[in-house]
Each structure stands twice: as C-alpha cells, then as structure tokens.
Design a protein around this ligand. Structure first.
Ligand code: B4P
Length: 332
C-alpha cells in the first residue's frame, strides 16, 4: 500500500522542509510526570513561543487592506515541499505538519474536501492503521499514535478532514497500553462495554486490536469505531437530559470527540470543550493519550507542582467516566 522506505521519505522530506523554512518547527522542553491517583503517565511539553499563535477562529481572515477574505484551507493544495506522498491509497495525501512541536509529525488529508465533523470511514481507519504499521519499527522501539480531532470542541483548528500521526516519545506508555495489554480484541455490543480504567475520572472508550495484523480489515475497524462512537453519542444524549433517567435538561453540547489509534488499540473520548480555564491549557486528542502541550508558564508550574491537576483539567474538557454503568435501551 505504501513504499517500503516510507520512514526515510518522511525524514528526508522533513529535514529539507525545515532547512528551506517550509516547516516552522517550534522549540520546546518536555518533562515526564505521573499522576499517582489516576495512574496516568504524562509527558508535558512546554512551548512558550506558541503563546502568540491565534486560537481557532471561525471568522474570515482580514487582508492588508482590512477587507474580509475567506479563511484559507491549507489542505486544498498542500505545499509541494510538505508533501510526502501525493497519492496515498487513492483518496488521500500524506503531508508534513507545517507547525510541528515534534519532528516528522504527519497529516493524512482527504484529497476531496470533506468535513472534519464527519465520522471516520472504514477506509480512513484502515489506511491509518496501515500507515502506523509501516512507520513503526520494533527494533528501534519506535511507535506512532494516530489521532482525529472531530468537531470544534475537540481541539481541531482546520475544517478539511485530516488525521494526524505522531511518533510516540521514547519509552512513553499511554494509559491505553496498560488498559488493553494482554486482552483479546472484541467488538463492544449491548452486553459488553468497551474498556475504561476505573481509576481514570473522564470517559474514555478503548478496545484492543487483534495481535495479528492480518485479522485487521476495514470491517473490523469500522465495527469497532462505530461501537465506540455509539457510547460517545450516548454521553451527549444523557448530557442533554433526553435519556430515560430523566435527568435535568441542560444546554445541549455539540457532539465532539477525539479518536486515538495505535496498532494495539483504538480509543474514543467524547469532548465538551477545547480549553480548561485555570490554569489555561487547550487539549486536542494527544492530551487524552497523556501528551500535553503547555504554552503558559503559570500552567507549566501548576502541572509540575501537582500532576493530578492535568487529570482534573482533562475531565473539565470531557465527561465523567461511565465505567461500571450499563447502557439503557434508550442509548444509541
Ligand atoms: P487540528 O486537528 O485542526 O489542530 P491541532 O493539531 O490541535 O493544532 P492547532 O492548530 O489547534 O495548534 P495547537 O496550538 O494546539 O490540526 C490542524 C493541523 O494542521 C495543525 O496541527 C496545524 O499545525 C497544521 N497546519 C496548519 N496549516 C498547515 C499547512 N499549511 N500545511 C500543513 N499543516 C498545516 O498545537 C500546535 C502544534 O503542536 C500543532 O501542530 C499540534 O498538532 C501540535 N501538538 C499539539 N499537542 C501536541 C502534543 N501534545 N505533542 C506534540 N505536538 C502537539
């Protein structure tokens, strides 16, 4: 499906693009932290130079004359210097992230314009899985995380459908690894719930993927994804007070979620908002693997003083865990 030397192509395209200024790499410092209450390991990355980067805006941009111009879609015609594969499984392009904090950060972009609010298709899922397989290197202990920020509250800033792929930090163990380790693949159904770590306070729906990659195909990934999406949509249904429980009606929240995938597991996290207030931190899907990007010194200090703050902030931007509760007949 992909060239055997894909990693070399990625690395050489990246090095060239940094040298010629097409990739704007952000310097940062990182620290590993552990929240002993939830058991989550975090890698917190501090990048103060991103403070000046504007937050997501749905308004049109303004040109030098002050006139409104339509927000540009950077994935419509990706810069050739950032393009790793012009054709990826016919429907996609593989490009470098123009503003990475981690080297070799990739984006899988649909050739045809599709919305970032649409669910992942069977082909999106299998192409991503195959890319992860191709990029991972057991001998070098190199693993990758793929993620999809779906909907504005999930931390996405671009509306053209795209998944992202990041090398995981060396020896970093996301909590999903522990949760899924040694367990067989299953498709959650009315009787079997996806895995959630009872010590983690926010909702996170995980399923181990088959150990033998030959068993992984579009159908298996699509059925697994849909079963996780059903759980996430039920969270929004309950939130708006439409469930049989008759909880007080609340302001509805537009459904948004993060999808996280490695070759070992698939995980989905329903999201309520992008940014936590105090201390101020925005999260995309990477946060829900334990990789946290911090732009402000006050936030960096607060997390270093007490890593359990990260878990509290992740909960603030998502929903409480549903571990141990059975779905009702009214759920999706
Ligand atoms: P989105 O899904 O829409 O947004 P995002 O990755 O959350 O990044 P955002 O833009 O909100 O930036 P943030 O300050 O949170 O993805 C769109 C992606 O397209 C972005 O990654 C953007 O860089 C990229 N892009 C925009 N214009 C482009 C162009 N012309 N060509 C190619 N790519 C283009 O984060 C700043 C950076 O750090 C982002 O790259 C983000 O992905 C990365 N990041 C965030 N958390 C991280 C973590 N924990 N570890 C490593 N990197 C992290």
């Amino acid at each position: 499906m992909f060239p055997n030397n894909l990693r070399e192509i990625v690395e050489s395209t990246y090095e060239k693009a940094v040298q010629n200024g097409h990739v704007k790499y952000t310097e940062s410092s990182s620290k590993k932290l552990k929240d002993v209450h939830s058991g989550i390991s975090y890698q917190v990355t501090y990048a103060p130079s991103l403070q000046s980067k504007p937050e997501r805006s749905d308004a049109d941009a303004v040109d030098e004359t002050g006139s409104s111009v339509a927000k540009k879609d950077p994935f419509q015609e990706p810069e050739p210097e950032l393009t790793v594969l012009e054709d990826c499984a016919s429907d996609y392009r593989l490009v470098l992230n123009k503003f990475p904090v981690t080297p070799n950060h990739l984006i899988l972009v649909t050739k045809e314009y599709m919305l970032q609010t649409s669910p992942l298709s069977p082909k999106d899922l299998l192409t991503t899985y195959k890319l992860l397989q191709q990029l991972n290197d057991e001998d070098e202990m190199l693993r990758h995380l793929a993620f999809y920020n779906c909907g504005p509250n999930s931390g996405s800033s671009q509306d053209h459908k795209h998944l992202q792929i990041l090398p995981l930090p060396n020896r970093f163990v996301p909590y999903q690894d522990r949760l899924c380790n040694g367990k067989d693949h299953f498709i959650p159904n009315a009787k079997t719930e996806p895995l959630q770590d009872p010590k983690i306070p926010f909702a996170h729906y995980a399923v181990p993927l088959p150990e033998d990659s030959k068993d992984v195909d579009e159908d298996l990934l699509a059925m697994t994804f849909v079963s996780l999406l059903q759980r996430a949509l039920s969270v929004f249904q309950d939130w708006s007070g439409n469930s049989s429980e008759g909880s007080d009606a609340r302001e509805p929240i537009t459904p948004a979620y993060n999808v996280l995938m490695t070759t070992e597991w698939l995980c989905l996290v329903p999201r309520s908002k992008t940014c936590a207030k105090t201390p101020s931190i925005g999260f995309n899907a990477t946060g829900y693997a334990g990789l946290v990007l911090v732009k402000w010194e006050e936030s960096w200090n607060a997390l270093n003083n007490d890593p359990s703050v990260v878990t509290d902030l992740l909960l603030e931007c998502s929903f409480p865990s549903t571990a141990g509760t059975k779905p009702s007949e009214y759920h999706y």
